[in-house]
Design a protein around this ligand. Structure first.
Ligand SMILES: [Zn+2]
Ligand SMILES: [Zn+2]
Length: 271
């Protein structure tokens, strides 16, 4: 059984096909799907989806692309929304210096404000970075002291679509973060494979980032959770590990990071 830790199922790309998409996911062995918001509106949509579908869980947050459009009131609403039953994290939040759709200073303010929400709410964060790893790492390092530690092993969040180095990954692991890999691992000569070989699978999650980043052989098409199997097979092959073992460890990581066990009673899962 797999968990897709990052799929934007609220986008129009899915429309009224969503029941089919969820059925195909169940058939492919995907038991749970985490849907992160990118704006206040899509965060609300993620929560609605999670309320409707037992296998779906929501994260709420403002993506760095949208940070210049988000008001302080929006952020306050994100915090209230985070109290909903099926919300398991704050995300996706972070810094994107590739597109710079929002000024970097505003991206940083909104990133930090949402980390504070996560700290107040004791929820993990889902972090988006692009050409911004140095600043993102510095920010979480700076704020790490403010995080309450629960138990012996802190669970801070996940850096999704991770393209950093093995050294950066290890620093994140030491702070209590995970990293996740989407379909880009299946692309020819993918530079992330070198890092993956070095860090192994003990602290990784699987994700599709649907509807983006479809793995080979679906590259270029609309991505959906069922396609996570192509990514998982590639990672298993590269790390020379049994597919079942990879599924067991990565799903266990997602369940523990997002504390999905606490919702088990009222959420059957897809299968
Ligand atoms: Zn992202
Ligand atoms: Zn995303």
């Amino acid at each position: 059984m797999f968990i897709d830790s990052h799929a934007h199922l609220f986008y129009e790309d899915f429309g009224n096909e969503l029941p089919d998409v969820l059925r195909r996911a169940a058939d492919a062995g995907i038991e749970k799907i985490i849907v992160p918001g990118t704006t206040l509106e899509t965060s609300k949509a993620a929560v609605e989806l999670a309320e409707k579908h037992p296998a779906v869980f929501a994260c709420v947050g403002v993506h760095p692309h949208e940070s210049s459009k988000a008001s302080d009131k929006d952020l306050a609403e994100i915090e209230s929304l985070s109290r909903e039953q099926r919300v398991v994290g704050i995300g996706e939040i972070g810094l994107d210096y590739h597109y710079d759709f929002s000024p970097r200073a505003r991206q940083m303010d909104v990133f930090k404000a949402q980390i504070q929400i996560a700290i107040r709410r004791s929820l993990p964060i889902v972090v988006h970075t692009r050409e911004s790893m140095v600043d993102a790492l510095e920010t979480v390092r700076e704020m790490n002291g403010n995080w309450r530690s629960e138990g012996t092993e802190p669970k801070r969040g996940v850096f999704h679509c991770f393209t950093g180095s093995a050294k950066e990954a290890r620093e994140l692991f030491d702070m209590g973060f995970f990293v996740s890999y989407p379909g880009i691992v299946t692309f020819k000569n993918s530079p992330v494979l070198q890092t993956l070989k070095s860090i192994g699978y003990a602290r990784i999650l699987l994700e599709t980032d649907s509807p983006y980043l479809a793995p080979e052989p679906m590259r270029g098409k609309r991505n959906e959770p069922a396609h996570i199997v192509f990514t998982a097979k590639k990672i298993a092959e590269v790390l020379n590990v049994d597919l079942d073992e990879l599924a067991r460890v990565t799903s266990g990581n997602a369940i523990s990071l997002f504390n999905l066990g606490r919702l088990r009673e009222n959420s059957g899962g897809l299968a």
